[in-house]
Design a protein around this ligand. Structure first.
Ligand code: ADP
Ligand code: MG
Length: 621
């Protein structure tokens, strides 16, 4: 399609420009536009028709003048007939403009939809590391601003290029045919305008980019400071004045930019209008002079003057098109950049399900290092110029152990030993970098994600509940759960009485702006969520670590229910739990240094014995 070649040529011209867009971006844009081929074709047709009408009307106006100056008996009738045609064209033009907007909006909004859903879907599949590193606000603004910016490539910029080129070509052709002398002269003023106009356009683009950046920064600040923990920190350290000052600084820069932007664009517009009006005056003067001498007709002068306004508009628009297209391409590129990030965990096409009810976990010489920053993130999302490439240290250096079905295995060790990391490898939050993790005899990398999630249930230190109703949160584990099943799970988790006492019961909204559950209550809700899923393997990562002893006791009772009849891998600090374990694995610096039962390990007098003295807390019940 010709429009694409226009775009490509512009982009090629810009390869030499300072803002480098990665190769192949325009090809990818074309692929994105593929589903809209027919809409685009119809849209282009309306553009051509509208350009035709735009030229026809001034021509007809000239005819009216000529009919008037010619006089004679038929003149009155001719004038009325022409006026009627002009009216008809005006109606057609109005309809065309509506159709044009309809199609361009459909194409533009459709592309926004595609990009947004693609990016959202992609981002949620990123490894956990990615979310730990990126600033949420920057990510959100990428999903909003850049997607919208990218869309402009299609609607305003691209359609602008096409319609302006067509309008310009048609108008110029007609004008030169009518009188090349007048046309040439009136175009003399153009360079006077275009050279500074390009400057202004470039500056405008720079300002716009800066304002995007600042917007993203303000967003990031707000999302960081306006959540409960951020707000609490500000209060505890008594820094609201500093925070306000910092925010005010950024916000006032946004104001300055807004003012500059307004003035630059108005200056641009006024200058264009002025030059077009001056050129029109020139046409009237020169054309009128020629008409009086009889070289051209009066109608031609009027036609030329009217056409002139249709010439300057597109010319100025096209003079800045490079910058527009560039910023649109940059936006697309920023979106593609996110789409190109390698997703974390993907299911193999020939994945097999973990056998239902599997209870066996096996680690074979498992090694693991966390991915380095440049593997999982983007510098532009972290507010840094380059990402760290240095390889992370190996966190697990060869783990071998088996948890037999129905067993409870306790994982103990000093902080930073790799216990949480080990637990995350079972549910495949990360993939091992060496060795194999098997669940139910299946390498987790060969298993379908759904069957793995169904088999393995996890409760961590700070369980997260979405800002939704209790029922919604529970159904997250099992979408089809009935109310009865939910009450059963809540009862098992020892939280049913509390939920029943709430005025809205299961429909109580949880979270920052909803009902605030205490840490222990949240843990028990998380356990209810896990019970609803009925996994055959349960992993507990210090599920009671952050609780006071009273709520710990309650959670402990709920956990006893959760563990009954299931295989369990428990990272614990409570002696009573560890004592009950069929096997204790003592982890230090990423390797198992001791294994056995409580008495044996105490007797051995190694790391376990010293942990026993210093870290393990006594039973509270
Ligand atoms: N997301 C992460 N990225 C990089 N390193 C990590 C990450 N999480 C943990 N680590 C490192 O891995 C090691 C083991 O951490 P972890 O498994 O959380 O230990 P534990 O749960 O035994 O306290 C620590 O040295 C820690 O700094
Ligand atoms: Mg941990």
């Amino acid at each position: 399609m010709s429009s694409w070649s226009v775009l490509r040529s512009i982009q090629n011209a810009d390869r030499v420009n300072e803002h480098r867009v990665r190769k192949g971006v325009s090809r990818r844009i074309v692929r994105f536009a593929g589903p809209y081929r027919r809409d685009i074709a119809v849209f282009l047709l309306t553009v051509v028709l509208a350009a035709g009408i735009g030229v026809a009307t001034p021509l007809l106006a000239g005819e009216v003048i000529n009919a008037i100056t010619a006089g004679g008996s038929g003149a009155a009738g001719a004038v009325v007939r022409i006026a009627l045609v002009i009216a008809g064209l005006a109606v057609a033009d109005a309809l065309l403009s509506l159709a044009q907007r309809w199609y361009s909006a459909r194409i533009g909004e459709g592309i926004i939809l595609d990009l947004r859903t693609r990016v959202y879907d992609h981002v949620q599949r990123m490894p956990l590391q990615f979310f730990a590193r990126t600033q949420t606000g920057a990510l959100v603004s990428r999903l909003n601003n850049d997607v919208v910016g990218a869309q402009r490539a299609f609607t305003s910029t691209l359609s602008g290029v096409v319609s302006n080129v067509i309008q310009l070509a048609l108008t110029a052709a007609v004008m030169f045919t009518l009188s090349w002398q007048i046309t040439a002269l009136s175009l003399l003023l153009l360079p006077v305008f275009i050279v500074p106009a390009r400057r202004v356009g470039k500056r405008l683009a720079e300002i716009t980019r800066e304002s995007y950046d600042l917007d993203a920064k303000m967003n990031a600040t707000m999302t960081e400071r306006f959540n409960v923990s951020g707000a609490l920190l500000v209060k505890l350290f008594g820094r609201p004045d500093n925070e306000a000052a910092r925010f005010g600084e950024r916000a006032s820069r946004v104001r300055d930019i807004g003012v500059q932007q307004a003035m630059y664009s108005r200056t641009f517009f006024v200058a264009m209008l002025l030059v077009a009006s001056l050129a029109q005056a020139l046409t009237y003067g020169l054309g009128g002079w020629l008409a009086v001498r009889g070289n051209v007709s009066a109608g031609t002068v009027v036609t030329l003057a009217l056409l002139l306004t249709r010439l300057y508009g597109p010319l100025t628009a096209l003079s800045n098109v490079r910058v527009d297209v560039m910023s649109a391409l940059v936006s697309f590129d920023r979106v593609f950049e996110v789409l190109d990030l390698k997703p974390g965990i993907a299911e193999k096409p020939d994945a097999v399900p973990v056998p239902a009810g599997s209870g066996r976990i096996e680690f074979r010489d498992v090694r693991f290092r966390y991915p380095s920053a440049d593997q999982v993130s983007l510098a532009t999302l972290e507010d840094v110029s380059t990402l760290d490439r240095t390889e992370q240290e190996e966190v697990l250096t060869g783990l071998d152990f088996t948890v037999e079905p129905g067993q409870m295995v306790a994982l103990v060790g000093p902080s930073g030993a790799g216990k949480s990391t080990t637990s995350m490898l079972v549910s495949r939050v990360y993939d091992v970098t060496g060795g194999t993790v098997l669940v139910g005899g299946v390498d987790v990398r060969d298993a379908t994600l759904e069957s793995l999630r169904d088999t393995v249930g996890v409760v961590t230190q700070d369980s997260h509940l979405f800002h939704e109703t209790i029922a919604d949160n529970l159904r997250y584990a099992r979408p089809g759960a009935t109310e009865e099943q939910m009450w059963e799970a809540l009862t098992g988790a020892r939280i049913a009485a509390l939920v029943r006492a709430l005025p809205d019961g299961l429909d109580t909204v949880v979270g920052e702006r909803g009902y605030r559950f205490s840490g222990g209550e949240k843990q028990r809700l998380a356990i209810a969520r896990l019970l609803l899923k009925q996994p055959s393997i349960v992993i507990l990562d210090e599920a009671t670590a952050h609780l006071d002893s009273e709520s710990e006791a309650a959670v402990q009772r709920a956990l006893a229910e959760a563990l009954r009849g299931r295989t369990a891998l428990v990272i614990a600090h409570r002696l009573s739990t560890i004592r009950e374990a069929d096997q204790i694995l003592v982890l230090d610096k990423g390797r198992i240094v001791e294994r056995g039962r409580h008495e044996e390990l105490i007797g051995a007098g190694g790391l376990y014995a010293s942990l026993y003295r210093t870290q393990f807390t006594e039973a509270v019940i």
